[in-house]
Write a protein that binds this ligand. Structure first.
Ligand code: FES
Ligand code: FES
Length: 157
């Protein structure tokens, strides 16, 4: 075991980890940030997506030690108090979730897509970019609408 420090949502956070500890375990079990979900543990579903140093990653595929010194953003870091992040607000208004299991990962992946493409996004690009995020419930139409809506409302934080 060793103590690891990672900046999570703007704060340096520490937890004891083994070399084999995954980033998602560091977040959920080490820090109690359970908004990042584990759907498959095999890099298939995207429920565990977080942003690491400005890039969406599947945190079940990253060892915690690989994130030492990195800046990680999770779903818990998006809202500003009671005020939802524009993507969270758009997902709510467009009914882009049902059970909500995929939603944290879907939103973090969408944030990365919007930050890379800006307001030039089109539906085909959103569908292509989110193909690594699986949803069992929604059929994806409303997710695409929500992402396009959020992209058109300026650069999400
Ligand atoms: S839990 Fe990481 S991709 Fe499914
Ligand atoms: S809303 Fe249920 S898995 Fe996506």
């Amino acid at each position: 075991m060793r103590q690891l420090a990672i900046t999570v949502n703007g704060e340096v956070r520490t937890a004891d980890v083994e070399d084999r500890t995954l980033l998602v375990e560091f977040l959920r079990e080490g820090l109690g940030l359970t908004g990042t979900h584990v759907g498959c543990d095999t890099t298939q579903c995207g429920a565990c997506t977080v942003i690491m140093d400005g890039q969406a990653v599947k945190s079940c595929t990253v060892l915690a030690v690989m994130a030492e010194g990195a800046e990680v953003r999770t779903i818990e870091g998006l809202a500003d108090g009671d005020r939802l992040h524009p993507l969270q607000d758009a997902f709510s208004r467009h009914h882009a979730l049902q059970c909500g299991f995929c939603t944290p990962g879907m939103i973090m992946a969408s944030l990365d897509v919007i930050e890379r493409h800006g307001a030039d996004l089109d539906a085909q690009t959103v569908r292509h970019e989110l193909e690594g995020n699986l949803c069992r419930c929604t059929g994806y139409h409303n997710i695409v609408k929500a992402v396009l809506d959020a992209a058109g409302r300026g650069s999400p934080r």
